[in-house]
Design a protein around this ligand. Structure first.
Ligand SMILES: [Zn+2]
Length: 266
């Protein structure tokens, strides 16, 4: 059964970070390609222009293909050579984390590099650094300055999240201070792909309380571990940041600005 198109678009509008989190119980309906494009446009209104045909069009006229026409890809290919549509291949579970993520359920780890480099720049050429802005991390509890991009309002959104995190009760402070890091022009460990930190859209927290799949013993599956409280995750999600603790290849200190992944979530 397909949900009527208008209802889906209304749902998408309600899920964007400026609005309160939806309370609607949803069936896991797959989004159509047109709906995914609509999600992307609504998530990045400063960067993207109205869709034209099958391409994603930027405000300066640059066009990138939404679908590379290569059909279904296995998990390794989704990570290594995704098109823009492939970024929506795995749906993000909004709200409190339930069971540990299923095998290879990594919503948001699939990033089309051309799309991110067009929006935020290529950090190896100094293009990302020139758009970085200071954000005061937890003004009352820390006051440290962290640097993220101002593009797409990321710095403002992180500042808003930071103020809300600062207002949490004292028992949360140990997960938030000190902050672990934001902008860093580096590849993802074990790959040649640029990390989300290289686009200035990511922040790591909870030094000393973090768990990472690469630190786990690989057996038949990586044993999921997490200490980061749901209250912290909820504040980041409210402001458009997804959490690496909802990945099978978990990275529980990691948050990154991905409003399209949240809006297309379930
Ligand atoms: Zn990180």
């Amino acid at each position: 059964m397909r949900r009527p198109r208008l209802a889906v678009l209304a749902l998408i509008a309600a899920m964007l970070p400026a609005n309160p989190a939806p309370t609607l119980a949803q069936a896991p309906v797959e989004l159509t390609a047109a709906e995914k494009r609509a999600v992307l446009l609504a998530a990045y209104p400063e960067a993207l222009s109205a869709e034209a045909g099958s391409d994603i069009v930027f405000k300066d006229g640059t066009r990138l293909p939404f679908d590379d026409g290569r059909g279904a890809k296995d998990f390794d290919m989704l990570l290594a050579e995704p098109d823009i549509e492939d970024m929506f291949a795995i749906r993000y579970p909004r709200g409190p984390a339930g069971a540990p993520p299923a095998l290879n359920a990594d919503p948001g780890r699939i990033r089309n590099e051309a799309f991110f480099k067009k929006m935020y720049g290529d950090c190896t050429k100094g293009e990302v650094a020139r758009n970085l802005a200071d954000v005061v991390w937890l003004p009352k509890r820390s006051g440290a300055k962290v640097r993220v991009t101002r593009i797409n309002g990321v710095a403002e959104r992180l500042a808003a999240a930071s103020r809300e995190l600062d207002a949490l009760p004292d028992r949360f402070a140990k997960y938030l201070v000190p902050v672990a890091g934001t902008y860093n022009c580096r590849p993802i460990a074990g790959t040649t792909r640029v990390s989300a930190h290289g686009y200035g859209v990511a922040i790591d927290i909870a030094i000393g309380h973090a768990h990472y799949w690469r630190w786990a013993k690989a057996g038949s599956a990586y044993a999921y571990r997490n200490e980061v409280p749901a209250e912290i995750v909820a504040i980041f999600e409210k402001h458009g940041f997804i959490w690496g603790g909802k990945w099978y290849h978990y990275d529980t200190m990691h948050f990154e600005y991905r409003p399209e992944i949240l809006a297309a979530g379930r």
